[in-house]
Design a protein around this ligand. Sequence first.
Ligand code: SAM
Length: 394
Amino acid sequence: MWSTAREIAAGDTVIIWLTRDVVQHLVVTPGKDFNSKFGNYRHSDFIGLPFGSKVGSRSGKGFIHVLRPTPELWTMALPHRTQILYIADISFIISYLDIRRGSRVIEAGTGSGSFSHSVARSIGSSGRLWSYEFHEARAKKAREEFAQHGMSDIVTLTHQNVCKDGFNLTDAADSVFLDLPAPWDAVEHAKQALRKDRTTRICCFSPCMEQVLRTVSALNDAGFSDITMYETLLRPHDVTQVPVLQPISEIEDKLKKAEEIREIKRLRQIAAGQRSHENPHGEKRKRGVDINEQEAPAVTEAEDSGSGKRLKTDDEMEDATLSQDGDVSRSLDAAPTHIAHAGTSSPAPPTKISVSKAITEVRGHTSYLTFATLLPPMPQAPPEDAPSLGSETV
Ligand code: SAM
């Protein structure tokens, strides 16, 4: 896949890294220019530079980085012909389908080839990816790209409707990945294409729960087992460096205290929730862990029944926390918060610490991933009147 040479040559596909959000690709073609708001460049200027070079613009204002493509970068830079899979889902699917060097994999549809590139790298030249796409123009374009990226020996692309015509394969694949609007219509075909001499896996990628339910029914009917649905969500961490205004041990103590306060509040909320489920006769309907029999939220002092530890009131605890200096109390709002010491290798106390703040609201639903396993058929029991192996006939 792609050039493995150290230096960029004419005809190479390269990734142009402008900013973290603006990543493009181009094929280095002498005579062509690359123009952007970060300056103007001649493709011929890239030839002979090592991949990864920082290149200044012709005017001297602005620069870009010219990188060797990887599947991750290709997913960031590829031309979108369809919705695509991104790296969080791709890596999860490859791992859970147990795709590795030498694996034999089916995917449908090919779409923009985002998933295909990662699979091709994972399986290597000893593996095989059978990719299916029923949209003729998309199939043609993806085939051209696979050839240009040196993947033709690994990927076989077929222009075909897999729901109607299946995969033209029997007992061949280790795993199947379906990114289709109606994956349930392809489940029986997938079963035929999967190997029967070992355990195999399937994954179906669908954005709505109705599609998941239909797929689960089809997988059940076809005899798949271990059917499990996952969703991958990314939780970004915002990492900043803040000056150390007090000893780090003090800051760590405050952070620990803040964690404790959050935990205590959480337990009190659960306790309050339990009380709100009491019936009119005062009997408790238990939900979850029984954590506090006291009137915890209203009283000034309560006891955590688990640890026997005295708990302060919410106000006392907030006072303890909010008396911090600005930077630290800002980081106390985050859950979970981690600190790392900058320059800990030197004996002098560090002047800055890195504080990471997890963004609490996690957005970015892409799709649900429904995985299932196909076990090899049980060996047939011999007919009752057949002589057993090793028995002697007298
Ligand atoms: N996984 C791809 C990627 O990462 O780039 C994106 C796949 S895209 C969302 C779905 C593709 O499936 C479309 O290109 C569509 O044309 C194709 N498709 C839909 N139904 C199909 C079918 N029955 N047989 C083959 N391809 C199909």
